[in-house]
Design a protein around this ligand. Structure first.
Ligand code: ADP
Ligand code: MG
Length: 674
């Protein structure tokens, strides 16, 4: 269980408590009683043969009746150590069996001992494993060891927080909290103990994250982009195709401030699908160019890289800048030109896939790296990027996967975060509808009406790794039925999936982009970033099999033009309760942040990006979803303290400093490369 020392042991907190103030009489037992406590005596033991070996059965009586106690193991020890005709307190689960109640493997304690022992109303139940239990390392045993330990140390624990903090926040002291988490004197004290320990846990994580950020800001020098020059100004005045939204202006200001300071930018740009992150990227790139630096934008897939390249090349066509595309399928001759012009500094902007990370790709003076949808890239890859130059380039990570505030605070607490929280004007809210497979004909009819208005349609099938073959068959079956329902020459249908060659994929994609085909049948390869404003209907097949964030991403493919858009979630009748919640959430809201909150509640943080490295999965007592208030407080307090005392060197903060050092002495600092 990861317990090696006494310290580990006392920090292994109970995961629930049982009320031991209540005693049952045997005639009060009923078939629904769960864990009960009874006072009585054993009057006899007998051995009962069973298929393998035998079980030990004791008759236990009080003044109201009798039950059987049963042991399947350890009979010898029980017979030697448990006395008959002597009052015991027994505790355990009762079963109704053969017309009688029985209690297997009861916890037993002499009434005389029971009265003496350190005991509280609420009895702790510790996390354990079946294996430990079977070896006799029971909950009772853990309680005993814990009691002994508390006696040994006189119930005293080293305080980890400062007296001021404890007073200001009315927290229990460490010793009080530790005592009451293991042996709560009352529900109220248990709650206070939990709050104190949750606060402490989150506080030290926040302290570390904020400290790292301060260190980065102070020590990690970055290129200073001091001027805003012609590239930016001319583009802004003459070629910007629309007015920026206030949210876009706000984040651009934040980015400009970072780039102009002497520290390296390390910023996460969050913005829901369609919120207009691309233009922010372009303007940031132009600032880099104005300061004689190169910039690169890296996308997770080839389709996306091509799309970014096309969009950005078009935006910048009137400008005196060079833009190139580098992906896995770039021809060798073209590659050579890119390598050369990149090294000479002639090439200003490189857009590409992870091909950009290859060692052969050398920049003359890379000043800005923009990464789109960063969760698809490993930290290690980014580290490579980082080392490429004598100074690290500024880094802007763009993501359309909204991260709930609480999670962002814990996982990305050492990054700066900008949020585009407003969509460009004139967008109609996408109407989302849930339909069962049996309504398919109605859905087809609707599609025909939309296509008659010269709209385009996506139909997406799930493709989930483990069941690839089956999914592939579903996709092809679906495609065939669509082609039957929407026949040539009136209708043209494209198909894109992961098994196609990338040239074929691009060809099909381009036909759809150009409006030559009305229907795009696809797997989730189109999940991120694809932009076809005329596409106004998104059909998601077997929607119950998709996660919430994926559904939201897919829906974001429509609603990009001026027309009313629709998202139709198709599912079978059989839905798990989680699946129902997911579909219902999609129907109810378009707000990516709300969706992310629901997602976090349904799945826990484990599946969300970045959490693996963050340590928030190893929390002992706090829960970042349920304890978001405590998290917020812990963060504020940590910021406050570090602002006044960045190195925790004051007398007042001695406890905090000592604890901090102890927690972090052995940990690799992976987060330097966030
Ligand atoms: P995302 O944040 O999902 O990457 P994009 O940058 O692709 O979004 O922008 C989505 C669409 O909105 C594009 O067609 C883009 O031209 C358009 N757009 C972006 N910003 C604005 C704006 N301020 N006003 C009008 N349209 C905008
Ligand atoms: Mg985008």
């Amino acid at each position: 269980m990861g317990i090696f020392t006494y310290a580990d042991f006392v920090n292994n907190f109970p995961n629930r408590y049982i009320d031991r103030t209540q005693f049952f009489k045997i005639n009060q037992l009923n078939q629904n009683s769960s864990e009960v406590q009874i006072v009585g005596e054993i009057v006899d033991f007998k051995s009962v043969k069973q298929k393998r070996g035998s079980r030990l059965v004791a008759t236990f009586v009080d003044e109201t009746g009798r039950i059987e106690l049963v042991w399947f193991r350890g009979a010898k020890w029980i017979k030697e150590n448990i006395k008959i005709n002597t009052p015991y307190v027994i505790f355990g689960k009762t079963n109704w069996f053969n017309g009688m109640f029985s209690m297997p493997h009861p916890e037993m304690e002499l009434v005389s001992e029971y009265k003496k022992s350190l005991r509280t109303a609420m009895q702790p139940v510790y996390p354990s494993t079946e294996k430990l239990n079977n070896k006799g390392f029971t909950n009772r045993m853990m309680q005993k060891i814990m009691q002994t330990l508390f006696v040994e140390i006189n119930g005293k624990f080293q305080e980890t927080l400062s007296n001021e903090l404890i007073k200001d926040l009315s927290l229990l002291s460490k010793s009080e909290a530790m005592f009451n988490i293991h042996f709560p004197k009352s529900q109220e004290l248990l709650t206070k103990a939990q709050q104190r320990l949750k606060f402490e846990e989150l506080f030290f994580i926040q302290l570390q994250l904020i400290r790292k950020r301060l260190i980065r800001k102070n020590k990690i020098k970055g290129f200073v982009f001091e001027k805003i020059g012609d590239n930016f100004n001319i583009f802004y005045k003459k070629h910007l195709p629309f007015d920026l939204t206030n949210a876009q202006k706000k984040v651009l200001k934040e980015i400009r401030k970072d780039l102009g300071s002497a520290a390296q930018m390390n910023r996460l740009l969050q913005g829901d699908v369609g919120s207009g992150k691309t233009i922010v990227a372009v303007l940031s790139i132009l600032i880099a160019l104005d300061n004689d630096f190169q910039a690169t934008l890296i996308a997770p897939t080839e389709i996306l890289a091509i799309q970014h390249y096309n969009a950005i090349a078009e935006l910048l066509q009137e400008m005196d800048v060079t833009v190139k595309l580098l992906t896995g399928s770039t021809k060798i001759s073209e590659r050579r030109i890119i390598h050369e012009t990149l090294e000479s500094g002639e090439l200003n902007i490189l857009i590409g896939t992870h091909a950009v990370f290859e060692d052969k790709v050398k920049f003359n003076n890379l000043g800005l790296v923009i990464i789109d949808e960063q969760h698809r890239f490993g930290v290690a890859q980014r580290a490579k990027m980082w080392m490429k130059n004598k100074y690290p380039p500024h880094i802007l990570v763009m993501t359309a996967t909204p991260i709930p505030r609480t999670l962002a605070m814990s996982v990305y607490g050492d990054l700066d975060i900008s949020v585009i929280d407003e969509l460009p004007p004139g967008r109609k809210v996408i109407k989302t509808i849930h339909r069962y497979d049996s309504n398919r004909l109605g859905v087809f009819k609707f599609l025909k009406e939309e296509i008659a208005k010269s709209r385009q349609v996506y139909i997406v099938y799930p493709l989930i790794e483990e069941s690839k073959k089956l999914d592939y068959k579903d996709l092809m079956d679906g495609y065939e039925s669509i082609v039957r329902e929407f026949p040539l020459p009136k209708y043209q249908v494209s198909i894109v999936h992961g098994r196609m060659k990338s040239t074929d994929k691009d060809y099909e994609m381009q036909r759809f982009v150009k409006g030559e085909t009305q229907i795009m049948v696809a797997t989730t390869v189109i999940e991120v970033g694809v932009n076809v404003p005329n596409a106004s209907v998104m059909i998601i097949e077997s929607a119950e099999r998709f996660g919430l964030s994926q559904l939201h991403q897919l829906r974001g493919r429509v609603g990009r033009g001026a027309d009313q858009s629709y998202c139709i979630l198709m599912s079978s009748f059989k839905l798990s309760s989680d699946a129902k919640t997911r579909l219902q959430t999609m129907v109810e809201t378009n707000d990516g942040f709300k969706i992310a909150e629901v997602d976090l509640k349904l799945r826990g943080p484990g599946d969300l990006m970045g959490t693996q490295q963050s340590g928030i999965l190893n929390l002992k007592i706090a829960d970042i979803v349920k304890d978001s208030n405590i998290l917020q407080k812990a963060r504020n307090v940590a910021m406050d303290i570090l602002e006044k005392d960045p190195n925790l060197s004051s007398n007042e903060n001695r406890n905090i400093y000592n604890t901090y050092i102890q927690i972090h002495k052995n940990k690799a600092i992976w987060a330097n490369i966030s």
